[in-house]
Design a protein around this ligand. Structure first.
Ligand code: RIB
Ligand code: CA
Length: 315
């Protein structure tokens, strides 16, 4: 039986790769997309989510989510990474469809309550929709089958500060609520996504073999790859969001450390995901009051990229 998924997303070029990866996987059944601000505004993220689904003729629901962080002042959108349209300025025409009337949090709660212990949440943007869903209905912590997030970093340097990753930094209060809830968060952070680089050759092979969205992903990916080449000298782009989908398909591609994670919400370490390792105790006990997370620290890069390419290449 395929795993039932809701993808919470701020599309976003790597979000698009992740969404098509998930939709093409026979291991997964996508019940809906919920949108958040992050790479772009929530309105642009909703337009982009609708456009992605229309590219593949899917009618799964899109639920519009939160537009600003819970408390902190909104940050400018990173148009230098994803373009002002979120898709490398390919400027797609407006989608025909519209988001459903339910908010993202309402859709998450409704879907989890209707499918107890069957739904996996994969969040690849800031975590305000998951935090709002927990506040709306705390029982979802026990009734959600699995929570996987692309976000955070433990040992790897951050991408928006020396210690913070973008999705967490964009809404640290929401992230701390999510990591502190009574569920196990599976964290796919920069410790592994900075070890997975998708080169132009792989993107060109997907372009040439996938008639539905191969060209779109390649065109949007140019802007994204150029950013990584200019800023990191990388031979391609880091695979952030699609790595979270790979974890949903096959967690054995990763090695994890288990332990409680808290998120710094103030000061210059704002957005830092702090893992307390087993066997240590500290004078201030901020960690033993929350359930353990599973933090990805190693990944089989070649196997992940091969899974991505084979899934996106029609058999
Ligand atoms: O830090 C990378 C994350 O931030 C990815 O989810 C990317 O799409 C952006 O949202
Ligand atoms: Ca994202």
């Amino acid at each position: 039986m395929p795993e039932k998924l809701i993808i919470d997303t701020d599309p976003g070029i790597d979000d698009a790769m992740a969404i098509f990866f998930a939709m093409a996987s026979p291991e997964l059944e996508i019940l809906g997309l919920t949108t958040t601000f992050g790479n772009v505004s929530v309105d642009q993220a909703t337009i982009n989510a609708l456009n992605l689904l229309e590219m593949v003729g899917s009618s799964i629901p899109v639920a519009r989510g939160i537009s600003v962080p819970m408390f902190q002042t909104p940050l400018p959108f990173p148009d230098f990474v994803h373009g002002s349209d979120g898709f490398g300025n390919v400027n797609l025409p407006a989608p025909k469809g519209k988001a459903i009337d339910l908010s993202a949090a309402e859709f998450i709660v409704k879907t989890v309550l209707e499918n107890p212990n069957e739904v996996t949440l994969v969040a690849v943007g800031p975590l305000g929709n998951l935090a709002s869903a927990l506040e709306l209905e705390p029982r979802i912590a026990e009734l959600t089958k699995k929570v996987i997030i692309m976000g955070g970093t433990i040992l790897e340097t951050g991408n928006v500060s020396p210690v913070a990753e973008a999705n967490i930094y964009n809404d640290p209060h929401a992230a701390d609520i999510v990591f502190s809830a009574n569920w196990r968060v599976h964290m796919v952070g920069l410790d592994v996504t900075h070890k997975v680089t998708m080169n132009d050759e792989l993107q060109a092979r997907v372009r040439d073999s996938n008639p539905d969205f191969g060209q779109f992903l390649y065109d949007a990916g140019r802007f994204y790859a150029d950013f990584y080449k200019a800023s990191r000298g990388a031979d391609g782009c880091f695979v952030h969001d699609a790595s979270a989908v790979a974890y949903a398909i096959n967690p054995d591609l990763f090695k994890v450390i288990d332990g409680p994670v808290r998120v710094a919400t103030e000061g210059f370490a704002k957005g830092q995901t702090i893992l307390k390792r087993a066997g240590y105790t500290y004078p201030e006990n901020h960690w033993d009051v929350v359930t353990d997370s599973s933090v990805c620290m190693e990944v089989d890069e070649a196997a992940l990229l091969s899974l991505y390419e084979s899934t996106l290449t029609p058999q």
